[in-house]
Design a protein around this ligand. Sequence first.
Ligand SMILES: Nc1ncnc2c1ncn2[C@@H]1O[C@H](COP(=O)(O)OP(=O)(O)OP(=O)(O)O)[C@@H](O)[C@H]1O
Length: 303
Amino acid sequence: MIEVHELTKRYGRTTAVDRLSFTVRPGRVTGFLGPNGAGKSTTLRMLLGLDRPTGGRATVDGHDVGRLPRALRHVGALLDAGDVHGGRTARAHLTALAQSNALAPARVREVLAEVGLEAVADRRVGGFSLGMRQRLGIAGALLGDPPVLVFDEPVNGLDPEGVHWVRGLFRRLAAEGRTVFVSSHLMSEMQQTADDLVVIGRGRLVAAESLESFAARSAPSAVLVEAPDVETLAPLLAASGATAAPQGERRLLVTGLPAARIGELAAGHGLVLHQLATREASLEDAFMELTADRVEYLAGDPR
Ligand SMILES: Nc1ncnc2c1ncn2[C@@H]1O[C@H](COP(=O)(O)OP(=O)(O)OP(=O)(O)O)[C@@H](O)[C@H]1O
């Protein structure tokens, strides 16, 4: 379990993380979402003991990660895929990591196979593509077989096949009962992968809940209804507690009632429907709206 309590980080006058509190549970993939500059990387760095908080605490299974010997056995992380010595081979990089955490050398071969880098294991990392570096970073995170895994924007640089693979990997790691915490600035990405969401904007918590409840709360679906007699239908819908917004002459966009109920209501009053279509609201839109006033640098902002 990851526990973050009142975590704060200030850099001079900038408050990068502002009294942030949330927990991340095992057996689930949790998306850590926020626009650029929201404070995700800073939070993860403090969680991993790479940066000291100005206030509050971030722990993994109750421990300060920075104080744990052989930390890779407790928490594996991919923060910055570029953070590897280019002159080393993939195998040498992982072997050094394994040695410093007293891990069995055989793990190196296992994780290389797991991330699909066996064939290039003895090439220098300097010649790796960004996608290959991401895979190497993920291999490093898996090396200690840890119960908690943290990934900062792991999909960056991966091709579609790589993205598909990484999603499957996260799901499997969670199914094994591990805690999987993945940051991204794209809701569309998290929508495909996450069970739970922690959303931040300008260092502050915006939402912490399941993807399902976030979707239900922030992006209710609507039903497009087309009927020759909307004048009769609209008041019936309103009386049933729905909101019906006219969309041109014979169309209504209805919220607050599912399509099935609208169809039944119309049938009950002998009204003809020409179209009855549920429209899922975009979670990306809901996310942008929630964090809009918390985006640090807006496009076109003259500051
Ligand atoms: N070492 C530092 N010194 C000064 N300011 C910093 C430092 N690190 C981060 N910041 C500031 O803290 C804020 C949060 O940055 P952070 O990198 O954590 O955001 P992020 O959500 O990870 O964004 P991105 O997706 O762009 O990486 C930004 O305003 C950033 O400029």
